[in-house]
Design a protein around this ligand. Sequence first.
Ligand code: DAH
Length: 377
Amino acid sequence: MTAHENKTAQPLVHLGITRPEELSSLFADLRGRFDADCASAHDESSWKQFRDAWLGRKSGVLTQITDSWLKPATPELKRAVGQQLNELRAHVESQIETRRAAIETGAEENALARDRIDLSLPGVVRPVGSHHLIRQVFQEIEDIFFSIGFSIVEGPEIETPYYNFEALNIPEFHPVRDDMDTFYLDLPKGAPTPLLLRTHTSPMQIRTMEKQKPPVRVIVPGKVYRRDNPDATHSFAFHQIEGLAVDTDITFCDFTGTIEYFVKRFFGPSVKTRFRPSYFPFTEPSVEFDVSCPFCGGTGTAAGGGTCSKCKGAAWIELFGAGMVDPAVYGFVNYDPKKVSGFAFGIGIDRLAMLKYGIDDIQIFFQNDVRFLRQFP
Ligand code: DAH
């Protein structure tokens, strides 16, 4: 216990003080002690301790003075003690408040200094990603068709058998359903219709024609799913772009002209195209489009001699299926087959990307290995 605390706990008579003049040095001592305490309160918690020591209602120094000096003082001392105590109180209260404000601004300034941004420091480099090669190829093809008046629409990846099959002229027991080993969803009993992951983008032909009267010119980029076992050329998820053009006067010539334009823009002007008869339930006639191998110039022979590894010496590469829309399909969308005609095509994007960029394993598209992705910034 310090001397002044001792003193403030004792009546003045015990301190040998009987005359008002003797009070001054006593109060001066206290003020000096207070000023020293005040200067050593540097943060909020030491300031609080200091404040309680002086102003605490139960045992603060000012309370002690009131209790031990003022209350029992003799009548001749009382007035002087009261006056000096008031002066001291005024000093204590104002200094404590000043100190609080100083600590607060100091803390703020420190915080500001800590948060201040130094614009001269080097920045944090955050690597910017790039589009996946599949997205880039989508974009390339979208741009080509966009430039000749097609719009781009997208549709659901979960479909009903009606859109995925029936309305495309593939009834329930049609054998081509076997070509598309399908993922059906497990649904609660009593669900209104089975649901499946779409096996191709062709359902959007139907959805588009249901919504829109001719003329129709759309392409549909998207993901499709089949129960294929993964190997270098198969994946249970892959990508297609569907195309559909329907109007009152579309001929087979418009069809081949459009496809040829696309293929030349995609592979370069020197490639040739050809088509072979094929079969799809929703096109009649149906064709398979081939392109002369862009890698060996359609010779089947590699630059350094030997067989071209891309076309395996065939000089042609099979590209995609297409055809004139089967009139039966118009029946499902309330188009009049006597008045309208059109063509459709379905491009496998993964295959096209593999061909164009020399990739020999489709699985690499789905592995997200940055060493691969970085090669296509
Ligand atoms: N949907 C077919 C498939 O996935 C591809 C296809 C062929 C789409 C011919 C068409 C088409 O629009 O006319 O195998």
